[in-house]
Design a protein around this ligand. Structure first.
Ligand code: GYE
Length: 351
């Protein structure tokens, strides 16, 4: 009996020790795994949360720029570079895509792997961004689209957009043409388009097309892309001047292509501008564009404002404060007529 009671006591003690040991083990496993979980969260959430700063305490902005194809673009790059400086608390990683979408996609992927705080994208074309922007979204990096727009079914792929109303710019040019030429007079138009598939081209072309659809006398004799550059604008115009004897309006989708067209016209002794046979309409109204307008070479120049740096910074400031910026924001713009522009208008230009 005695030995049986001793054995029972021993077994009860053994079970108690085993219970304590197992509870302790469970506790240790639980503590270890939840601790692991926390580390994993902070690796994703902390670094990819969109508000991370780098080790110097700077906000890192990866900016994928279209290229350096025009005066407008150079002014836009300058505005971004002057805004996102270390003195103001930023580190800017600038990538020039040389007008190629594949370079922009590669730039965005490198921004993601560098874990930048914000991605700023000036897209070359509207289509083809879903895959890479999904990658940015999955990494938790906000994407601010600037200047041209993107086309996507999923609006959550970008935080917001800021830029110009290109369709309205085209409409402004058409209203001026209607005022100066009337709506049913026969009007032969040559149309120099920007980079095909870019919002600036699409909107300015749609604006003109609406005028053509409405005004029976107007006809586009020729339409070709000069890719927003002076060199291509010149080449295309040279071809047009060889093919056509009469062009009433050259509708040129930016200043640099207009400069190229002017070179071609000068070489061909073709008259243009306020005293010539061909009226030139241009877009951007950069300083050089306004000089050409004041000289009477460009008849009408519709402004497109490139100073987006401070606007993008304001969006980032809002987000840093935890506010949600407006999804779409349009910049106000005006236009200049060669007959009324003054030197003071040009002096007031900062780009
Ligand atoms: O008009 C042109 C530039 O997207 C608004 O791109 C911009 C356009 C601008 O190359 O000059």
């Amino acid at each position: 009996m005695t030995s049986n009671a001793g054995a029972r006591r021993f077994r009860r003690g053994y079970i108690r020790v085993k219970k304590i040991f197992l509870t302790g083990l469970c506790f240790l496993i639980f503590a270890f795994s939840s601790c692991q979980g926390k580390n994993a969260d902070s690796a994703n959430g902390g670094e990819a949360g969109g508000n991370a700063v780098n080790s110097d305490g700077l906000i890192v902005v990866g900016f994928s720029q279209v290229g350096a194809e025009s005066d407008w673009r150079m002014a836009n790059t300058k505005s971004m570079r002057e805004t996102f400086t270390e003195a103001k608390g930023y580190r800017l990683i600038f990538r020039d895509a040389q007008q190629k979408q594949e370079n922009q996609i590669a730039a965005i992927r490198s921004f993601i792997s560098q874990k930048v705080t914000y991605i700023v994208l000036a897209p070359v074309t509207e289509d083809g961004w879903d895959t890479v922007l999904k990658e940015a979204k999955d990494a938790g990096i906000p994407v601010i689209v600037v200047d041209r727009m993107i086309k996507t079914q999923d609006n959550s792929l970008y935080t917001c957009w800021i830029g110009a109303d290109f369709r309205k710019e085209g409409g402004t040019a058409v209203a001026w043409m209607e005022k100066n030429f009337g709506t049913d007079r026969r009007l032969i138009i040559a149309h120099l388009q920007g980079s095909l598939g870019s919002s600036a081209q699409i909107g300015r072309t749609e604006g003109l097309q609406a005028g053509i659809d409405k005004n029976i006398g107007w006809r586009v004799a020729v339409r070709d892309s000069g890719d927003f550059t002076q060199v291509k604008g010149k080449e295309v115009t040279e071809r047009i001047l060889k093919q056509y004897e009469r062009i009433d309006v050259l509708y040129c989708e930016n200043d640099n292509m207009a400069f190229g067209a002017i070179e071609a016209m000068d070489a061909a002794r073709w008259t243009y501008g306020v005293n010539g046979a061909t009226t030139i309409i241009s877009f951007d109204a950069t300083r050089a564009g306004l000089e050409a307008t004041l000289e009477g070479k460009i008849n009408y120049n519709v402004e497109c404002n490139p100073l987006h740096g401070p606007r993008v910074e304001e969006i980032i400031r809002q987000m840093e404060r935890g506010e949600i910026p407006s999804k779409l924001a349009y910049v106000d713009e005006i236009a200049f007529d060669a007959k009324t522009i003054t030197r003071a208008d040009i002096d007031a230009r900062s780009y």
